[in-house]
Design a protein around this ligand. Structure first.
Ligand code: SF4
Length: 452
């Protein structure tokens, strides 16, 4: 899932201190890695600034999953040339999927960039922030989002648990840029979650490109269900989520773990990508529509009240109108709570990039719009069912003067109320619903959630 470019939060007042600015685009893994880079720079005495012109160090964290994300990242790196000319002491680093295997080419194209480092190569940050040499930390143990200096700590945090991907979906660049799967040892993940809980984090999202492949490369081969059970034991953590799953590994054991572990939220993101078996075969997704449907039935039957989201690609090479309609029908049938839809764009180096990109751009747009329109109707209908009910919301902050949080099913909720609500688990009675969010009023609080 693609997220919009994000920058570090507001600057904190401090004169004479070096400052950093991080620009991030792409998936939650990128967000987690930017947060870890931020934590490291803070440990070295730097403070964040939202203003690039004020920064001594700038990190650009890139994504190449879609052409649009790559264009934005490349455009942003290009825009820094002028700033570097004005401030020759400025140190610029570029990381993320754009960098893997491309360092020499990029260095030629952007000679003013001081450092290109691959995903997770945090030790190389010392090349632009030499103060890091003086800091005593164990990189493997230093948690993502572990940021002592942050004045307004986050309530939710991403925790990468497995890097890379062993699948070879024909449209996807990730395996070429992120490498083979590498799971973090279970104790390391649990230690990180404990430290996050100790500083007020209430909800963790365990991350992986294929998160449910977790553990097969570790001694004893624990799996994601085992990891969820271990994280469930951490005191202070109230909610656990995980992203992104592959249907092939969505086992009965994992489904049962979600049903049995109260802290694991009843929300499953399971990308289907297409509702047609021939397209799925050419995508090299390794499952059929029938298999996917059976997994969804099992999930719904085992986990009461579960919400579901999925990812779709429209306009894949050779996708006919009939094949597109099969996807449309599948969405109508399953009634997902959320659908992320993307138009296919060829990624150089992938298998499908060798095939003709033969669905015209306008037609891709039409299919994209059709899915969005359908999903808007489904979401509206699904959200209307919440009116008059009371849902549990973990408040993670404010937006436009209202408190904002999510239900266990991952639906966005806003409410207005005086006082400080961030970090609280609140019962909210829903009064209004739109396809994208719910509005309500607080009617109670789960007090146990306040203990961290
Ligand atoms: S499972 Fe497929 S789409 Fe997902 S990261 Fe791996 S190769 Fe890419």
């Amino acid at each position: 899932m693609l997220v919009q470019p994000r920058v570090e939060p507001m600057a904190e007042p401090d004169i004479g201190v070096k400052r950093f600015h991080i620009w991030t685009i792409g998936c939650q893994m990128n967000e987690a890695e930017s947060a870890k880079a931020a934590a490291l720079l803070r440990q070295a005495g730097y403070l964040p600034t939202p203003v690039e012109e004020e920064a001594d160090v700038i990190i650009v964290n890139t994504c190449v999953v879609r052409q649009q994300a790559e264009d934005k990242a490349v455009g942003h790196i290009g825009s820094l040339a002028r700033l570097k000319r004005r401030k020759p002491d400025l140190r610029i680093a570029v990381t993320g999927c754009l960098v893997t295997g491309q360092q020499a080419k990029l260095a030629e194209r952007f000679p003013y960039v001081d450092l290109f480092y691959g995903p997770s190569e945090f030790e190389r940050l010392v090349e632009i922030a030499p103060e890091l040499r003086e800091v005593d930390f164990d990189l493997a143990e230093l948690p993502h989002y572990y940021d002592e200096g942050q004045s307004d700590p986050d309530v939710t945090a991403f925790v990468p648990v497995i890097y890379g991907c062993n699948f070879v979906c024909s449209f996807c660049i990730v395996p070429y840029r992120r490498g083979r799967e590498r799971s973090r040892p279970m104790e390391q993940v649990v230690t990180e979650v404990r430290r996050l809980a100790a500083r007020g984090v209430k909800e963790v999202t365990l991350l992986g490109q294929t998160v449910n492949a977790y553990g097969h490369d570790l001694p004893g081969q624990p799996d994601l269900a085992d990891l969820l059970a271990a994280v469930h034991e951490v005191e202070g953590i109230e909610r656990i989520r995980f992203l992104t799953s592959h249907p092939k590994y969505f086992s009965d054991k994992l489904i049962q773990a979600i049903a049995d572990l109260p802290k694991v939220c009843e929300h499953v993101n399971l990308p289907v990508q297409s509702g047609d078996n021939e397209v799925l075969r050419r995508m090299r997704r390794t499952y059929t529509v029938e298999y996917y449907r059976e997994r969804i039935e099992k999930i719904r039957e085992t986990i009461p009240g579960v919400t579901l989201s999925t990812d779709i690609i429209v306009g894949f090479p050779g996708e006919t109108e009939e094949q597109f309609r099969a996807t449309y029908r599948l969405l109508e049938e399953i009634q997902f709570d959320k659908v992320h839809v993307a138009m296919y764009s060829p990624r150089p180096g992938t298998l499908s990039a060798r095939w003709e990109d033969d669905v015209p751009r306008q037609e891709k747009w039409r299919r994209h719009r059709a899915i969005e329109t359908l999903q808007e109707r489904i979401c509206r209908e699904r959200n209307l069912r919440y009116i008059g009910t009371t849902v549990e919301v973990l408040v993670d902050g404010m937006a436009k003067g209202r408190w904002r949080g999510r239900t266990r099913g991952n639906t966005l909720v806003f409410f207005e109320a005086p006082g400080e609500w961030k970090g609280r688990l609140v019962s909210v009675r829903i009064t209004e619903a739109s396809p994208w969010y719910l509005l309500g009023e607080p009617v109670g609080e789960r007090v146990a959630a306040l203990a961290s």
